[in-house]
Design a protein around this ligand. Structure first.
Ligand code: CA
Length: 228
């Protein structure tokens, strides 16, 4: 059972989705605009959001960006456009998966199950231990991190990235591996990683020019180590 928010303006598609998801014993809420979706996720905790890209009020990419500004909830994009460039961009912008319309109920269920499995695994590994690197403390189980005793306010991706690197202190992790392990993607551009790294850096109070914990080795990878 999952709490699902369906964001879809097409009444026909929407009722079909609600019916199928309810039949699969999920708890479903639905809205027809991006702004309503933002209001919903701000008020209610969902396990997954199914986001139609063609909404009447906001462009899908814009809607995704705004959603990501307030929540880390897994988002599955539902798109009629079979446009690979757009899909790659949205995956890089924080979408967890996508479906091209028309899609079958089975396909949706499978994608939802995979996304939920990933987010639950990331959120609650039973034997995850607290990682310490210098003054940095990362608790994978509680998904909390602090630096010199001060809690860090990280997004889901930033936390995953930090936790992955903190689990391998001093080791240069290739970008390809980061994409695969943190983003669960076998493709993507370096910009995705760079953008998240720069956000993470800012939260750690350092810069690429004057790194303390996070070191980028151009063309090779990234490593996290205690400051000297
Ligand atoms: Ca639509």
């Amino acid at each position: 059972m999952a709490r699902v928010l369906v964001v879809e303006d097409d009444q026909f598609v929407r009722s079909a989705l609600i019916r199928h998801l309810s039949d699969a014993s999920h708890s479903v809420r639905s809205v027809g605009t991006a702004l309503e979706a933002l209001r919903e996720v701000a008020q209610i905790g969902f396990d997954v959001v199914i986001l139609d890209l063609g909404l009447p009020d906001l462009d899908g990419a814009e809607a995704l960006k705004m959603l990501r500004g307030i929540t880390d909830v897994p988002v599955i994009i539902a798109t009629a456009r079979d446009d690979e460039t757009e899909i790659v961009r949205l995956l890089n912008d924080g979408a967890d998966d996508y479906l091209t319309k028309p899609f079958s109920v089975e396909h949706l269920s499978a994608r939802m199950a995979a996304v939920l499995r990933r987010s639950r695994a990331a959120g609650g590994e039973p034997h995850a231990r607290v990682l310490r690197v210098g003054g940095l403390l990362v608790d994978p189980l509680r998904r909390q991190a602090e630096l010199d005793g001060v809690p860090l306010d990280l997004t889901r991706r930033e936390f995953d990235l930090l936790a992955f690197l903190a689990g391998r202190p001093g080791v240069v992790v290739p970008r390809r591996e980061l994409l695969a392990e943190v983003w669960q993607q076998s493709y993507g551009d370096d910009q995705t990683i760079d953008v998240h790294l720069s956000w993470l850096r800012r939260k750690l109070g350092e810069t690429a020019a004057a790194p303390r914990y996070l070191h980028t080795l151009r063309g090779v990878g990234v490593k996290l180590e205690p400051p000297r």
